[in-house]
Design a protein around this ligand. Structure first.
Ligand code: HPA
Length: 269
């Protein structure tokens, strides 16, 4: 474990302190983590007051995956709330351990955010889902058996994906589906047999992010909203092979619609 993460909460507090210095904002209210393909959706939020590299804050590794920006933006929405937006994230499959994966959300909570919105690209296990469709995560199954929490931190996950926040989103768009998301370590996609197993277990969506961030932020007291964008049918569903470029392209194609949805709901959370 890197020296920075011997005290991960202290490192997040330091990052929040630096964020206050850069943005001259005493507090941020909500944070948004933009996953694969979602980055251009941030354009719908208007003009940020600040944009800088994540590596300007302590504890953030340089981004590696294509389609991820590695930038942080600060917005003032409707002259009322300060929103912190991370363009891209660190994934567990990068092999850096759990601490860098959850550092952004811990920083956001330490900067004052009481609601965290997590977005991602995912494979659709549920055959009712179409490519380009956003789905609200209502619960998860972790198949990585890895937690961001260390020690006797027995956090309750019964309402991890806040019912209150999900109701706010559904009031904005009653057509949105809700589903159960599986966290898969990756970086290899699943096999068709694994997807069949996940469907048998009650899963609707599969992806390689979100779950550790949701747990870490909830453990610090934040409310979580998570929205997946179905970028492909999961392995074996159509017989087509999966590739990362198509995942990014499907995300870009839906970015406009996703951005409009986020711009409407963020001030209401
Ligand atoms: N599986 C896992 N992660 C993903 C997928 C998938 O099919 N699509 C986008 N991210």
């Amino acid at each position: 474990m890197s020296k920075l993460y011997k005290d991960p909460i202290g490192t997040a507090e330091n990052a929040a302190k630096e964020l206050r210095k850069i943005t001259k904002k005493e507090k941020h209210d909500v944070a948004l983590v933009m996953g694969s393909g979602w980055i251009s959706a941030a354009e719908a939020l208007g003009i940020p007051t600040h944009e800088f590299s994540v590596t300007d804050l302590p504890g953030f590794p340089a981004p590696t995956v294509s389609g991820h920006g590695g930038k942080v933006r600060s917005y003032n929405l409707n002259n009322s709330i300060n929103a912190l937006v991370f363009l891209g994230r660190t994934h567990f499959y990068e092999g850096l351990g759990m601490e860098p994966v959850v550092h952004a959300v811990r920083t956001a909570v330490k900067a004052g955010c009481r609601a965290i919105v997590l977005t991602n690209a995912c494979g659709g296990i549920n055959t009712d889902y179409k490519v380009g469709q956003p789905v609200i995560i209502k619960d998860h199954i972790s198949l990585t058996a890895a937690s961001p929490l260390i020690g006797a931190d027995f956090v309750d996950l019964t309402d991890l994906y806040s019912k209150r926040l999900r109701e706010i989103v559904k009031a904005e768009d009653s057509t949105l589906a809700e589903g159960v998301y599986v966290h898969w370590r990756g970086p290899a996609y699943e096999t068709p047999a694994e997807i069949k197993m996940m469907r048998t277990l009650g899963a609707d969506l599969v992806g390689m992010s979100t779950v550790p961030e949701a747990i870490a932020a909830h453990a610090l007291g934040a409310e979580i909203l998570a929205i997946s964008l179905v970028t492909n049918a999961a392995a074996g569903v159509t017989g087509e092979k999966l590739n990362h470029a198509e995942v990014i392209a499907a995300g870009k194609a839906a970015a406009d619609q996703m951005g409009k949805l986020l711009a409407r709901i963020l001030p209401k959370l």
